[in-house]
Design a binder for this molecule. Structure first.
Ligand code: ADP
Ligand code: ADP
Length: 225
């Protein structure tokens, strides 16, 4: 009880490859859960099913009393926009927009006026120490700077669930810590649920719970102790 997002009996195959084989998962508000496990074990597929990006072949995803798996594509994308934030390793920034416009975009899409949206975007660029690239386009800045801009864009809407796939992958240690501190603040102060995929034990150290994914099944390490 009390979980904000939960998946049960999740199955997903890509042709002959079974990516998920009955995975179970849940996360509470304010909790950070790290999905760990070998490459190809199903971590990203699980993350994508929970986020409503990939539709599982079987099983259910529940979010805040709603059945995500039963929703139409339009309903799920509307929910993703209002309630979820995404930090992916190759954070798909819009190449034609400047960094501040990229971060302001999710606010603009939810009806915030340009001036207010860009003011808030700039605050997040400052928190991530990339305010100096605000008028540049993604193609003109480094991979690490792009990743921090993508983190700003994911957090600017104060999402209730944050999905992060290798959120520090392109960063040096100092910026990795900065990003993880901001994700921690989102959980501790704003009670966001954070689901992250990582191979890095320093990133996993920020989590409340580690879930190991193996052969398409998820095992909570707390349950194994
Ligand atoms: P992980 O994130 O743990 O590395 P993935 O969830 O990416 O694992 O992948 C699980 C399995 O599903 C792998 O065998 C992978 O090759 C396969 N897979 C994932 N996505 C696709 C896809 N879009 N098309 C085909 N196979 C895929
Ligand atoms: P390497 O020497 O292997 O390049 P780095 O120290 O540059 O290692 O960091 C590798 C990865 O680990 C980066 O993604 C970085 O952001 C992340 N990282 C390093 N230290 C921390 C930390 N204390 N907390 C969170 N992430 C970290």
């Amino acid at each position: 009880a009390g979980s904000l997002l939960a998946g049960t009996g999740l199955r997903k195959a890509y042709g002959p490859t079974t990516a998920l084989d009955g995975a179970e998962f849940s996360v509470h508000p304010g909790e950070i859960v790290a999905l760990m496990g070998p490459s190809g074990s199903g971590k990203s597929t699980l993350l994508h099913c929970l986020a409503g990006i990939v539709r599982p072949d079987a099983g259910f995803v529940g979010y805040d009393g709603q059945d995500l798996t039963g929703m139409s594509d339009a309903e799920r994308s509307a929910l993703r926009r209002t309630d979820f934030g995404f930090v992916f390793q190759f954070g798909q920034l819009v190449p034609e927009l400047t960094c501040v416009e990229n971060v302001a975009l999710p606010l603009r899409l939810s009806g915030v006026r340009r001036r207010a949206a860009e003011d808030r975007a700039l605050e997040w660029l400052e928190r991530l120490k990339v305010e100096d690239v605000r008028t540049r386009r993604p193609g003109e800045i480094s991979g690490g700077q792009q990743q921090r801009v993508a983190v700003a864009r994911a957090l600017v809407t104060r999402p209730r669930v944050i999905f992060a796939d290798e959120p520090t992958g392109a960063l040096d240690s100092l910026n990795g810590e900065l990003v993880m501190d901001l994700l921690s603040d989102a959980a501790r102060k704003a009670h966001a649920a954070v689901v992250l995929v990582t191979h890095d034990v320093r990133v996993a150290a920020y989590s409340d719970r580690e879930v190991v994914v193996r052969d398409g099944r998820a095992t909570d390490m707390a349950g194994a102790i």
